[in-house]
Design a protein around this ligand. Structure first.
Ligand code: GLP
Length: 245
């Protein structure tokens, strides 16, 4: 477990984009796992700048997003499909054929989840997975209590997540109540993982994730056992760590 503590959000975003760039330069057909939420936005902006400067080529990579709200159309401004188009895909040369995001309108959810897992396997697995973290310690949408052996599935959102994410919607009632997410085990199988956290609001979840017991109550805590994980935190998110702070 490697922990990098950066002065602020800007530095965190730059550091993460640099690691992604190196990974793509080393393996142009990288399989990259992507996250949404406010935390990775700065990192996406850095990546777009690298593309615009001509120092990074995304044309051969494949991407798998962690999750998507259910039941929401891909054109909904709060859908993660829309978010990804706006914050990365439309601004770079990622091949649309190589983009995978859970389908928040899937009619046969079980079959969809099975196919999503199979698609990941068929690429040879995720080389580098980017994660954020929920204030309740979730990764993807794997809420407290989710089995650490879980695979891609439909899940109910925790009340605290609905509350956290309501800032993106007009009102709290508009936040979807469920989502399709990669499971904890799906995420864990990525060859390399980077978890990002910024701000005071994540400090508690980060302390529990890194220094607490491994428990389904904090699904991110499973990462303690991952052979190749980097936590990139800003000072505020790291402020409750005892060993690393
Ligand atoms: C959602 C996403 C997570 C993300 C979390 C934190 O719940 N499903 O993948 O990590 O939000 O979001 P933010 O970065 O906005 O705090």
């Amino acid at each position: 477990m490697k922990v990098i503590i950066k002065e602020n959000y800007d530095e965190l975003s730059k550091e993460t984009a640099k690691i992604i760039k190196e990974a793509i330069l080393t393996k142009p057909n990288l399989v990259l796992g992507l996250a949404t939420g406010s935390t990775p936005i700065g990192m996406y902006q850095e990546l777009i700048q690298m593309y615009e400067k001509g120092t990074l080529d995304f044309s051969k990579i494949t991407t798998f997003n962690l999750d998507e709200y259910f039941d929401i159309s891909t054109d909904h401004p709060q859908s993660y499909h829309y978010y990804m188009r706006k914050n990365l895909f439309d601004e770079t040369n990622i091949n649309p054929k190589n983009i995978y995001i859970p389908d928040g309108t899937a009619k046969n959810v079980k079959a969809f989840c099975r196919d999503y897992e199979r698609a990941i396997q068929e690429t040879g697995g995720i080389d580098l997975q980017i994660l954020g973290i929920g204030s309740d310690g979730h990764i993807g949408f794997n809420e407290p209590g989710t089995s650490l052996n879980s695979r891609t599935h439909l899940t109910k959102l925790a009340e605290s997540t609905i509350e956290d994410n309501s800032r993106f919607f007009e009102k709290k009632e508009d936040v979807p109540k469920s989502a399709i997410t990669m499971g904890v085990q799906t995420i864990f199988e990525a060859k390399k993982i980077i978890l990002l956290a910024s701000g005071e609001k994540k400090a508690e979840a980060i302390a529990k994730t890194l220094e607490g017991p491994i428990t389904p109550q904090i699904t991110a805590s499973v990462l303690q056992q991952h052979p190749n994980v980097i936590f990139i935190l800003d000072k505020k998110a790291a402020s409750k760590l005892k060993k690393y702070g």
